[in-house]
Design a protein around this ligand. Sequence first.
Ligand SMILES: [Zn+2]
Length: 459
Amino acid sequence: MKRILSIFLLIAVLLVVIGLSALFFYKFEGSPPKILRLSMPERLGRHAKISLTVADERSGIREVLLVLTQKGRQEVIFHEVFPVDRLRGSAVREKSFEISFEPLKMGFRSGEALLLIQVTDGSWRNGLKGNSLVAKKKVILDLEPARIVVLSNLHYLVPGGSNLVVYRLSEPVRYHGVRIDDLFFRGYELPSYPGACFALIALPIEKKSVSNMIIEAVDQAGNKSNLPIPYYLKRKHYRRDVIHISDGFLKRKIPEFLDRYPEIPHTNLLKAFIYINSVLRTKNNEQISKICRQSRVDDFYATKALLRLPRSATRSLFGDHRTYYYGKEKIGEATHLGIDLASVSGAPVPAAAEGQVVFADYLGIYGNTIILDHGLGLFTLYAHLAGFTVSEGDHVKRGQLIAYTDTTGLAGGDHLHFGTIVQGIFVDPIEWFDPQWVRTRITEKLEMVKASQKGSAGL
Ligand SMILES: [Zn+2]
């Protein structure tokens, strides 16, 4: 009996020992948590953001602490504690944090600082305090936004007009440009004008008022700076025009579209025209706007007035507001977003300025169309062409033959529809054809930058 009892006791003791060892093994585990991901910009700005993912597979995350130190200053930028169950540990096995803080408001200065990340798990080690991972990382605080100096003046704005803003920034930035209310015009740097920034701006023809015009820059650390600049808004009157659509025109023009665009209503020619003149027109203009939003060439070539189609008569102006009639019935309205120039049939079309061919294809109401990129977001468009003598990607010189005029697209007779587009906005080519306008709005500003680079003052 006594012997049986001692065997039981031995087994009991063994079970307790095994149990305790298992508990020790699990609850006193000695592996610290891991940082799975730490991402932050190279430079931390006034509104700093850090993404952090931590994990602990065995006893879970108990605590996450981030401390920033710089020359004796020490601030907790993030601290979170999770509940730990004595037996089961923390339920948080893996977690991501998006940490935002404002170093300037905490009293830090621009320069080097040390980021300390401490992550603790739910283990019983270290007097039940858990295993800790401590990571230290050197960071750069950049708390000063770029300073902006405006160099240009004469910022006249007219609906459908263009202009050039020139400025200088105190440091390299992520992006910069000019904002007019909700429109943003990207700023560019040009290799021959180091240190200066150029933003071609434009007002859409339908925009009649401006409440705010600023130069905006966001530096590498995300610090935003802006500078309001003076402008003078001028009115501009555009013409109204009436166009009568005849059966002959419909019969001649509509089949070309029906073949290419199956979505056009095929039931009758007039319905097809109405669709083409409204839905397709809008679609085509949006496509052009998209192509012309950003320059791919890194120079600016339109430093002289744009070249007009030689020996041509002006048939329609930019901004003409057209009302279309079929008999007495009003069948639509549209704004003419270019200038119509008529010469002889099949007249050779020269490039208006040096540039790169970024589009040479059929484009709905515009028919066979070429778009040239002249830099700084300035584009010229040539529509209703016969075939092309250049192709996409070609670099063309000012005056170089690029195509011949024709009547492709929605053209009644042989002419060149010529358009100018600034950063996606259709503008009046008349300004760009005018040497005096180009001199005061564009060339003199470029020359001013050149002159101050030669001078000892620099920019
Ligand atoms: Zn036209």
